[in-house]
Design a binder for this molecule. Structure first.
Ligand SMILES: [Cu+2]
Length: 480
């Protein structure tokens, strides 16, 4: 397995490519500030890579072999870089096929419409250069559609997010060029009395509270099989130019009995379940994946399933509005806590970032509703919102020193899980629970209380809390 000297994929942040000049908002987003690259020409080499997987450590050398679109600016990884572009932009692909069988890059259009882009087969050793007119606004998987599903499953896929050029006159921004009335109405109501706080496109230009505009997260789902992928790599090495039989790939992944890795070699079923190539701790505690926002800071979550297995994406804390399902905007919005992403399907959610409706709070049960007459609820003489008891709890206590370091960990922010209800995906290598397809949503404060933005007490405490993302605000004012 050393055909071309495998590259090692890291477990760092998301590779991000910006097309066009209309997206300064991305650069203002702490989740994306890591190192986006701005260019209109995307240089892909179709090659292979070996990646350390979630359970990789000094005792367990778990790795997986992938085929990847490697962009010139970034290390090889699966998925390929997230591309942000604006509807109507033009971008250019230079694509070189460095593998031994034909490959391609395909971007579907909206349902029932022609593809946005189709490179057609690129022969081994060949380079093609093509122009793409980007649009309409939405969330797309770009992928290799040849020898389906083998090439796409082997790792040749990534996400393209197309933002609308503008909002309709007098209307709020939505994620679409032509939103349905229901979607437009929902976005118009963000930041109003119904959902106090910010509209989607509103942020803090001067970072007073570190709230970026157009808050959004992209979850590309995948189910790598380390044994099957290695076999495909070996087949290609031994039979250059021949295609791995797609039907036996499907049979292995779907129909083979599961045998965990340690038992002999393991079967060829999926043994990893990833979001943007990450899983377990690396997915959940990753600011590219897990929203870290305050009550009143709604965000969009775009889910795209690149794999062959369904995932039922279930999030705690808030219900989600399904804005679109499999590329089709909703006329009548669903309000759900779980939505299913079928293979090659997906959806777009609006996460309202309201208080969890069943959490009693100082203003009553439900949203931050300032109507008079609502009961003030308390438990054991203590207000349950803001949840200062949780937020002021440190384990071990503040000041616990080890090696000269304060090792206290603050139970903050309020962390809620997202997990896939198709439960096998919660494992890695067939048994390592909680190393699978998980993420979450975290609440780091509340900007809807009377008296202005609340950043929870001790937000500025350094400690070793799991989720420091630079959201500490200078203002630490609680409710009067
Ligand atoms: Cu749950």
């Amino acid at each position: 397995m050393d055909r071309r000297g495998f590259m090692s994929g890291g477990t760092a942040g998301l590779a991000l490519l910006l097309v066009g000049k209309k997206m300064p908002w991305v650069l203002g987003d702490p989740a994306y500030a890591a190192k986006p690259v701005r260019r209109n020409t995307i240089d892909f080499t179709i090659t292979d890579a070996l990646k350390d997987m979630v359970t990789h450590n000094s005792l367990n050398t778990a790795q997986c072999y992938f085929w990847v679109y490697k962009e010139a600016s970034f290390a090889a990884d699966c998925p390929a870089p997230l591309i942000f572009a604006t509807s109507g932009d033009t971008m250019f692909f230079n694509i070189t096929n460095a593998l031994t069988e034909p490959h391609a890059l395909f971007i579907p259009g909206p349902p029932g419409q022609p593809p946005m882009f189709d490179s057609g087969p690129i022969a081994p050793g060949q380079t093609i250069s093509r122009k793409v007119k980007v649009g309409p606004a939405g969330s797309y998987l770009y992928y290799d559609n040849l020898n389906a599903p083998v090439n796409r499953m082997m790792g040749l896929h990534g996400a393209l997010v197309v933002m609308p050029r503008k909002a309709a006159p007098g209307q709020r921004f939505t994620p679409y060029d032509n939103p349905t009335p229901a979607v437009q109405r929902l976005f118009n109501e963000l930041g109003t009395a119904h959902w106090p706080g910010l509209a989607w496109e509103q942020g803090d230009p001067n970072h007073a509270t570190f709230a970026p505009p157009f808050r959004q997260y992209i979850w590309v789902l995948h189910q790598p099989s380390s044994h099957l992928f290695a076999e495909v790599g070996q087949f290609a090495q031994q039979n250059p130019g021949q295609l791995f039989p797609a039907q036996s790939f499907i049979d292995a992944l779907h129909n083979e009995a599961f045998v965990p890795a340690g038992t002999w070699g393991g079967s060829r079923k999926s043994d990893y379940f990833t979001i943007n190539g990450q899983s377990g701790h690396f997915a959940h505690n990753n600011p590219y994946l897990c929203p870290n926002l305050r009550v009143g800071e709604p965000c969009v979550i775009r889910v795209l399933n690149a794999g062959m297995q369904m995932h039922s994406i279930h999030i705690h804390c808030n219900h989600q509005y399904v804005l679109s399902y499999e590329g089709q905007q909703r006329d009548n919005l669903w309000w759900v806590d779980t939505a299913s992403a079928r293979p090659m399907g997906g959806f777009e959610w609006l996460n309202p970032y309201m208080r969890s409706p069943d959490v009693p709070n100082v203003l009553g049960i439900g949203r931050a509703d300032l109507s008079p007459g609502l009961p003030t609820l308390a438990t054991d003489g203590h207000l349950t919102w803001p949840p200062t008891e949780e937020l002021n709890t440190f384990i071990p206590p503040v000041g616990t020193m080890a090696g000269g370091v304060d090792i206290s960990v603050r139970l903050s922010p309020l962390c809620f899980p997202m997990h896939d209800h198709c439960e096998p995906s919660q494992t890695a290598q067939g048994g390592n629970y909680n190393c699978g397809m998980i993420s979450g949503m975290n609440i780091t404060g509340d900007r809807t209380l009377p008296g202005g933005v609340v950043t929870f007490p001790n937000e500025g405490h350094i400690g070793h809390g799991p989720m420091r993302t630079g959201l500490a605000a200078p203002e630490m004012k609680g409710p009067a």
